[in-house]
Design a protein around this ligand. Structure first.
Ligand code: FEO
Length: 399
């Protein structure tokens, strides 16, 4: 059954939701599912903005048919070729054989790589090229690495709608509520918006900054991303979040303690530190067991908080493997500008502290606190002073 929403005059959401998928990109858990957004413009010509993942293609085709009625589809704008948005292209060609595809040169190449036969129907556009479809005039703007190299965004100068590709997206199915003003964003969506950004686009901060600069010259009224809610109010809030995330500025002064523990002794030391921090007045403390928390959640909160504590047992004379995975992901995503404290544990040869410090030293603008706590198997009375000093040092670094 078709399921569509009107965005604004002439424009309809014709996407869908997949709540059965467990892992986005087969990596990131999405317990609330994900939406694949696509938008259909009815002007003198009909224009579709991106397609959807194969998993919801049937729903998508019913939606397009419902909105088009007796009309045909004249144009498909491909802002992004990743298969979660491009899987429906060949199905559309079968149903609308005269459809033209508007895309960047790299998008054309990528469609060929994925095996789509689009020859003879592609209109290549460059940065700032414009086209009119009747009442609506579109400007195409390149947005490389947000989040693939072929990406562009499209701006409708007639109604101020920005089709933003992956930018400004979120994990989570849209349970009937399409617009950000229909949901409780701060309670239910901010965490999955941050987790989506940081894990999918987080590595490409400078490219996101370039896109934000381009966007600042536009009179944007509505943001239509490829995942998650559509924004028609409070755009400054979202733009401010994107600005912070893309320059790797923390959102909050607070301490995130991530611990890797085998038998609970490193965990006990981590709790000891957390308690001291709270007693000294820093109540914005969150704790994660690195073995029990998917790294995508860790990355998301690492972008959120100003201070990080890594507490790791030594394992085979190395960093505890789940902790090493987390650190490597931080490096891969280009995380910067955090203040980090270290606690190591080891029963006969504590090494994890030195090794974590070496990894952190290789990252940009990371401040590693000089105080470090090294415990042997369990935290003892003689470790209290150094743990207390570490807590003081963290508090001092936050001021
Ligand atoms: Fe939602 Fe980069 O694809």
């Amino acid at each position: 059954m078709h399921c569509v929403r009107k965005i604004v005059e002439d424009l309809y959401w014709v996407g869908g939701n997949d709540s059965r998928l467990a892992l986005f990109e087969n990596i990131h858990p999405i317990p609330r599912g994900v939406s694949y957004n696509s938008y259909l413009l009815l002007d003198e010509k009909t224009v579709l903005f991106d397609t959807v993942d194969w998993s919801i293609c049937r729903q998508f085709l019913e939606n397009i048919h419902e909105v088009l009625g007796d009309r045909t589809l004249d144009y498909l704008v491909v802002n992004h070729v990743e298969p979660d948005h491009a899987a429906g292209i060949e199905e559309l060609i079968l149903r609308y054989p005269d459809m033209k595809i508007i895309c960047s040169n790299k998008a054309y190449l990528f469609m060929g790589q994925f095996g789509f036969n689009v020859d003879g129907r592609v209109i290549e556009v460059k940065d700032k090229d414009a086209m009119s479809f009747g009442k609506h005039n579109l400007i195409f703007m390149s947005a490389p690495m947000v989040h693939w190299p072929e990406v562009m965004v499209t701006f409708d100068t007639t109604n101020g709608v920005l089709f933003s590709a992956d930018a400004f997206g979120a994990f989570g199915s849209l349970d009937g509520k399409l617009f950000k003003d229909e949901i409780n964003f701060d309670s239910n969506w901010i965490d999955d918006t941050r987790r989506y950004y940081t894990n999918i686009v987080g590595k490409y901060g400078p490219h996101v900054q370039a896109l934000l600069k381009k966007a600042s010259s536009l009179d944007i009224k509505i943001i239509c991303p490829l995942h998650g809610p559509v924004w028609r109010d409070d755009l400054e809030y979202l733009l401010d979040k994107y600005n912070k995330w893309s320059i790797y500025e923390p959102e909050e002064k607070g301490v995130m303690i991530v611990y890797g523990t085998m038998y609970g002794n490193t965990e006990s030391a981590a709790y000891n530190l957390a308690t001291r921090l709270v007693e000294k007045g820093m109540t914005n403390v969150v704790m994660y067991d690195v073995s029990k928390t998917h790294v995508s959640y860790l990355i998301s909160d690492t972008f959120k908080y100003s201070n990080l504590v890594l507490a790791s047992v030594t394992y085979n004379l190395n960093i505890y493997p789940p902790m090493l995975d987390y650190i490597m992901d931080m490096k891969a995503l280009n995380l910067q500008k955090r203040k980090v404290a270290i606690i190591e544990n080891g029963s006969w040869a504590p090494k994890s502290g030195k090794l974590m410090r070496e990894h952190l030293d290789g990252m940009k603008e990371m401040t590693i606190l000089d105080n470090e706590v090294s415990i042997n198997s369990t935290m003892k009375e003689h470790d209290i002073d150094s743990m207390n000093d570490l807590a003081d040092s963290i508090i001092q670094s936050i001021k």
